[in-house]
Write a protein that binds this ligand. Structure first.
Ligand code: ATP
Ligand code: AH0
Length: 383
């Protein structure tokens, strides 16, 4: 193998990158390929998905909120094995962006923990891997999240948009990026504002799991039969997080106590109320934006929930549409984001700035691990 060819730092021009993301709702690992020079998106490639089994999901979930110990080790093993499996089909790229799995996130207290060893993955796949995207930002005083905003900026430019838009990712947690695509550099003043909006699907999934043994409320079917309990919703909105100025970010279970507010409700009323809480958190978030965007482009699994989409449409002052409206793939956007960010790291470009994470100065997070040379074929290698 020609090492110079495989070294993303040495190679010039456009790079082909694969991004791998395992999000907070623990459905599985998404992988997606993009071509980029680190600023513009030149095109999108293939994608893949590796679902977690029920047992794997339990092992990873047992690590949530923990910083070390046997649960973290067990979760790490599952994450590494699942990524190695799905990434075997994506080694024909210049670089892999490996997010890992967030187990704990408390940027101002203990830091942020994404498990999975990117250096080991680089060796096992004989492909350069960029990983540990969030630590440098946290060390420089940032929230370490959200990190997709620089990619959202590139997406808005790729789609040829000129007026301000908001990207709304509804995964386990919700996060919003307000983008002004007329400003060419994402780190320039006024180009971006980003932060987490509140809990999104995670509490709904937890309710479905604990009460009905379901992984999620497919199509919002259960919520559609319920009534929103306004008292619980008001208590939820009284939580100081919503009035706090950005930057701000959340851990998956930060709102667990609020979610207990629906404990006495019927399954359908509880589902409807948790769904309304997600939409209400987004409505609160819009008040922090510099101005009302032309439209809200929804990405992540929440856009498949028509009840949630309807609640958003009635509570926001602009059209709310799935991101497919601008020709992008809302199931793969986060994986694509970490492919894009990997190339930015390889190119020495920043991946976050004051208006996205609160970091003091624009920073390029991420560690580049090149594979050791003299490899056997990837499929014969143990991780
Ligand atoms: N058809 C559907 N109906 C209702 N909800 C759905 C549907 N499809 C997906 N979801 C919800 O979306 C979730 C998955 O969303 P997504 O893949 O964006 O999350 P994630 O990437 O793990 O999270 P995060 O962005 O917080 O890291 C599912 O767990 C489920 O709650
Ligand atoms: C610490 C962490 O992993 N945060 C995730 C999580 O999931 C959604 C939201 O909370 C967002 O802040 C972030 O993920 C996306 C991919 C981001 O960094 O942009």
């Amino acid at each position: 193998m020609n090492k110079a060819h495989r070294d993303p730092i040495a190679k010039t021009g456009v790079l082909r990158a694969a991004g791998a993301m395992s999000g907070t709702s623990l459905d599985g690992v998404d992988v997606a390929v993009i071509d980029t020079d680190g600023h513009d998106i030149m095109g999108f490639g293939t994608s893949g998905y590796r679902e977690y089994s029920g047992e794997e999901r339990k092992v990873i979930a047992a690590g949530f909120g923990k910083w070390s110990g046997p649960e973290v080790q067990a979760a790490t093993q599952v994450i590494e094995a699942a990524h190695l499996e799905v990434l075997q089909d994506f080694t024909d790229v210049d670089v892999i962006g490996f997010h890992g799995q967030t187990l704990a996130h408390a940027p101002r207290v203990q830091g942020t923990l994404q498990v999975g060893d990117g250096a080991g993955l680089a060796d096992a796949l004989a492909t350069p891997v960029v990983w540990d995207f969030r630590s440098a930002d946290v060390e420089l005083g940032g929230e370490g999240a959200p990190l997709a905003p620089f990619f959202h900026h590139a997406c808005a430019r790729y789609a040829g948009l000129s007026g301000p838009v908001a990207f709304l990712n509804l995964g386990g947690v919700g996060n919003l990026t307000w983008v002004d695509p007329s400003i060419n550099r994402p780190e320039a003043e006024g180009a971006l504002l980003a932060f987490d909006t509140g809990p999104a699907n995670a509490p709904i999934n937890d309710l479905m799991q604990s009460r009905l043994g379901l992984t999620y409320d497919m199509g919002g079917k259960i919520a559609s039969k319920g009534t929103v309990e306004t008292g619980a919703l008001e208590l939820f909105l009284a939580e100081p997080y919503f009035a706090r100025m950005p930057p701000k970010s959340l851990d998956r279970n930060d709102f667990a106590e609020m979610v207990a507010l629906v404990g006495e409700l019927s399954d359908s009323d509880a589902a409807a109320t948790l769904t309304a809480m997600c939409a209400a958190g987004v409505a609160e978030a819009m008040a922090h934006c510099p101005r009302v965007p032309d439209r809200v482009l929804v990405t992540g699994g929440g856009r498949h929930n028509p009840i949630l989409m309807k609640m958003l449409a009635v509570s926001l002052d602009c059209p709310v549409v799935p991101i497919e409206d601008i020709g992008l793939d809302g199931d793969m956007l986060e994986a694509q984001a970490f492919a894009y960010l990997a190339v930015r790291v390889a190119r020495g470009l920043p991946t976050s700035c004051h208006s996205t994470t609160g970091v003091r100065a624009a920073v390029g997070g991420g560690t580049v691990s090149l594979p050791k040379q003299e490899k056997s074929a990837p499929e014969q290698r143990a991780f």
